[in-house]
Ligand binder design. Structure first.
Ligand code: URA
Length: 434
């Protein structure tokens, strides 16, 4: 078999068979197929798409490209959650401790930023000393001992996705249904959880801009998960404006901590409650939605979710004091307000553009090897539907470079649209796919 022939086959619109997909993934993982050929293949897939059979074969090939973690030594149901990626999506940092504080074991594998979206691992590294580069033995021991662990994608788990994810990030080949579904589900299957809750984003900040595409992605992933014997549920949620107020690694960690203190923005708290409810139901910790919601509210009120976050940070080498004193998180040197240049109702925020502003400030990767500046980003003061007078502060920009700040400010202002009246507020939770 030759990679050249496979690229040509896909480019011409034919479907690859499981053997061809296995070959391609095996050889790419072993560094026998170069990045430039795989980049061409990803672009061909982007334009030609993949059948359900191809997507399933790609998922299984990537899941089996490394170890398949066996968590059966850890007692009870192990749950995992994954987001398809958004702007200001700090959900795991608040949600995982909430659910773990309710007694459900969290065994989660997380990724880094991708395209205009951030990644949980980058965010968690805002805690000085924190590491997700832990061994699978430590991962299992920690889930057993404190009920929560988050590991990065080591070379032993779904290494094919790790390589492909980084390649797609810099070759504009992220937002394809089959590539996203197989990327997420290969990791989820390899990391061994029994119950998987997926947060599928839709809107201008999501990879799936249209709601119908997000539902199609949700159905595809639920099917892949259930076929592999994992209880899988997807919640389709709005990403037409940033989630919460903070966009940027350490700024988002701070907002997640505030949420665990009971001071979270409404949309973000709603999302944590909805996903947490599904996780507790799927994991058998609650029998009804009302019961699950009450459990989640209680762990915020009594501080046990915040303490669980501190315990988790400490277990993975991080400075748990930063959970209680967020001035210990990375801080930007320059903070500048962005003022509205016109008056009116904020009718739209082009969400991926706002993610790109954070990326331009240094909060994301421009190339595979870029270093991230954890301290930079944007904190919104206004959201869609708010009335704004000329000169009102729309947001604060956190930066370490005046030139980057000026460029981000202009881009941010161009992403904000004003009109006479507030747009109809669409549903934030669009639906649940089981
Ligand atoms: N998240 C992933 O893990 N993979 C993708 O391809 C997109 C979002």
């Amino acid at each position: 078999m030759r990679m050249y022939d496979l690229i040509m086959k896909k480019r011409n619109g034919a479907a690859l068979d499981a053997e061809e997909i296995d070959y391609m993934i095996r050889e790419y993982t072993a560094d026998k197929i170069p990045d430039y050929q795989m980049a061409a293949m990803m672009m061909a897939v982007y334009f030609r798409g993949m059948t359900k059979e191809e997507t399933a074969a790609l998922t299984m090939a990537m899941a089996h490209s490394g170890d398949m973690l066996d968590l059966s030594a850890v007692e009870g149901v192990k749950a995992d959650k994954h987001s398809t990626g958004g702007v200001g999506d700090k959900t795991s940092i608040a949600l995982m401790p909430m659910v773990a504080a309710c007694g459900l074991k969290i065994a989660k594998m997380s990724g880094r930023g991708l395209g205009h979206t951030g990644g949980t691992i980058d965010k968690l590294e805002s805690f000085p000393g924190f590491s997700t580069g832990i061994s699978t033995a430590q991962f299992m021991e920690q889930v057993n001992r404190i009920g929560i662990s988050i590991m990065g994608q080591t070379l032993s788990l779904a290494p094919a996705d790790k390589k492909l994810y980084a390649l797609r990030d810099v070759t504009a080949t992220v937002d394809n249904l089959s590539l996203i579904a197989s990327s997420i589900m290969s990791k989820k299957l390899a990391s061994g959880a029994d119950a998987i809750v997926l947060d599928v984003k839709t809107g201008s900040g999501a990879f799936m801009k249209k709601e119908e595409d997000a539902f199609a992605l949700a159905r595809e992933m639920v099917m892949l998960g259930n076929h592999a014997g994992r209880k899988t549920i997807a919640v389709v949620t709005d990403m037409d404006q940033p989630l919460g107020l903070a966009v940027g690694n350490a700024l988002e960690v701070k907002e997640a901590i505030e949420t665990l203190r009971g001071n979270g923005p409404e949309d973000f708290l709603t999302l944590c409650m909805t996903l947490g409810t599904q996780m507790l139901l799927a994991g058998g910790k609650a029998e009804t939605e009302a019961q699950a919601e009450a459990m989640l509210r209680k762990v915020i009120e009594d501080g046990s979710a915040l303490r669980k976050l501190a315990q988790f940070v400490e277990a993975q080498g991080g400075d748990a004091a930063a959970v209680y004193d967020t001035s210990l998180l990375p801080q930007a040197e320059i903070v500048e307000e962005v003022y509205a240049r016109e008056e009116g109702c904020l009718t739209r925020m082009v969400c991926d553009e706002i993610g790109t502003c954070a990326l331009m400030l240094g909060g994301g990767r421009e190339t595979k090897d870029s270093e991230i500046d954890l301290s930079v980003g944007i904190v919104l003061h206004k959201k869609v539907g708010d009335y704004v007078k000329k000169g009102d502060a729309l947001a604060a920009i956190y930066a370490n470079d005046a030139g980057k700040l000026a460029a981000a400010r202009e881009r941010f202002l161009k992403a904000c649209y004003f009109g006479e009246k507030a747009p109809d507020a669409g549903k934030f939770i669009k639906g649940i796919v089981r």
